[in-house]
Design a protein around this ligand. Structure first.
Ligand SMILES: *[C@@H]1O[C@H](CO)[C@@H](O)[C@H](O)[C@H]1NC(C)=O
Ligand SMILES: *[C@@H]1O[C@H](CO)[C@@H](O)[C@H](O)[C@H]1NC(C)=O
Ligand SMILES: *[C@@H]1O[C@H](CO)[C@@H](O)[C@H](O)[C@H]1NC(C)=O
Ligand SMILES: [Zn+2]
Length: 424
């Protein structure tokens, strides 16, 4: 019994803290046309991936929940930013959907809950999924943004960082925090990914990265805090103007909204349809081949690599458009200059990935991997047992500083090494 206690104590003192940060819509190459001294310094001090591949569909709540659970979207069940009910026709937007517990709590536990069950302390600020209750539990330290929150205000960003680093990690000694920023997604939508406004926002992100690392240093956390920084998806320019043949479903011959019981369209490049009883083939045959840039699938025929076909919430017909196109219902109602949601093979949909801290190698650039694997990496860093998930540490372990084995080790901490070896 005595040695078990020593192991536990030794282990808890050895475990490093982890901060997961998402900058919504930060495409993998956004640092290429902007001066980003702090992101560059982070790459020198840590690991940079060429890019990462998000889960499909490449929109905010579903892909963030993949980061938190290590499950593909068809397995975790948060299949869209919008909650909907095909019987009552009710739809809730992104913000209101955050509060529908039964939508998020569909059998996959986010990492905070598992961490808490294993005796760790977890927190989350504004990260999608933070507001919900999972099997009766919530993340214990949390902040949910108010409705109509200004996601772009740099002063607020700094206050949030002060809270997470100064209060949550330093004073309250949390082990894990997820932290979310709503940019550069909003400027990417509004002005497009090639705009000066997007470049300016990337400068703001870069200053913020510098501020986060400086705060961690001031609180003496640099040697105990791992930081993973990534995003949910990228962004691509929407094609417009007279030469573009826009996708307008109501104009496709043989297709009628009267054949549908429920639809979710006018939401970027994807859509889902529930045909009325007996109308599935009519709707499917009309739309299939109905537009050269529109992909039409019966749910069960979706390409397997997209992992977006098995969940009961997915409707029988799934639509997605080629890069540059959005799916309109009756007439064009979408005016964003940038969009995401496209096939995750499209390079413009890929987010960035950076990591720095005591467990990460320095000055290492690695190849691409899927964000479904970030969960296994986080569980490993936090020395906790993962839930069942679709990822693996095999895709990221080369980023880590090797943990030497107990045999012939020169370590100053033989006990915690022994623990790690036996726990492995
Ligand atoms: C949708 O509404 C119907 C009718 O009120 C209800 O029976 C059903 O449980 C609801 N489904 C969801 C997913 O909330
Ligand atoms: C997940 O959601 C589906 C459809 O709404 C439902 O049938 C299923 O029971 C849910 N599973 C769990 C574990 O909550
Ligand atoms: C940004 O946030 C700060 C702190 O909450 C507030 O005082 C300021 O007015 C905000 N700026 C803008 C432009 O809204
Ligand atoms: Zn997003």
């Amino acid at each position: 019994i005595k040695s078990a206690v020593v192991c536990v104590l030794s282990d808890s003192s050895a475990r490093n803290k982890l901060l997961l940060i998402s900058f919504d819509g930060f495409r993998w190459d956004y640092d290429r046309d902007v001066h980003t001294p702090h992101l560059d310094a982070m790459a020198v001090d840590g690991v940079k991936a060429q890019y990462v591949t998000p889960a499909f569909i490449t929109i905010t709540s579903p892909t963030h929940f993949t980061l938190l659970t290590g499950r593909y979207i068809e397995n975790h069940g948060v299949i869209h930013n919008m909650w909907f009910n095909t019987t009552t026709q009710e739809k809730k937007q992104y913000y209101q959907s955050q509060f529908v517990d039964s939508y998020w709590d569909n059998g996959s536990l986010p990492i905070w809950i598992t961490a808490q069950r294993q005796g760790l302390k977890a927190g989350s600020l504004h990260f999608p999924g933070t507001a919900a209750t999972y099997r009766g539990e919530t993340v214990e330290v949390k902040e949910v943004e108010p409705l109509f929150y200004d996601y772009s205000n740099e002063t607020d960003w700094r206050l949030n960082i002060d809270k997470v680093i100064g209060e949550w990690f330093h004073q309250q000694d949390l082990d894990f925090v997820s932290l979310y920023f709503g940019e550069p997604d909003l400027v990417g939508h509004r002005y497009g990914p090639d705009s000066p406004e997007r470049r300016e926002m990337v400068e703001q992100v870069d200053r913020t990265v510098g501020y986060i690392r400086e705060k961690a240093r001031q609180h003496g956390l640099t040697d105990r805090l791992n930081i993973i920084m990534t995003a949910d998806h990228g962004m691509t320019t929407v094609l417009r103007g007279g030469l573009v043949n826009e996708i307008i479903l109501s104009e496709i011959p043989g297709f009628s909204f009267k054949d549908l019981q429920f639809h979710l369209v006018d939401y970027g490049p994807t859509g889902m349809l529930l045909p009325k009883e007996g109308k599935l083939e009519t709707v499917y045959q009309a739309l299939k081949g109905g537009h050269p840039h529109l992909h039409v699938y019966k749910k069960e025929e979706m390409p397997e690599r997209l992992h977006y076909s098995k969940h009961p919430r997915l409707l029988p017909i799934i639509l997605f458009a080629d890069p540059g196109y959005v799916i309109n219902g009756f007439f064009p109602l979408q005016f964003n200059k940038g969009e995401h949601g496209f096939d995750n093979q499209v390079l413009d949909m890929k987010p960035f990935f950076r990591a720095v801290g005591p467990d990460f190698q320095k000055n290492l650039e690695v190849g691409p991997f899927e964000t479904v694997h970030v969960y296994a990496l986080m569980c490993h860093l936090l020395e906790m047992s993962p839930e069942v998930n679709d990822g693996s540490l095999d895709y990221t372990k080369h980023m880590l500083v090797p943990r030497s084995g107990a045999e012939g080790s020169h370590s100053k901490e033989p006990f915690h090494l022994q623990f790690r070896v036996s726990a492995a």
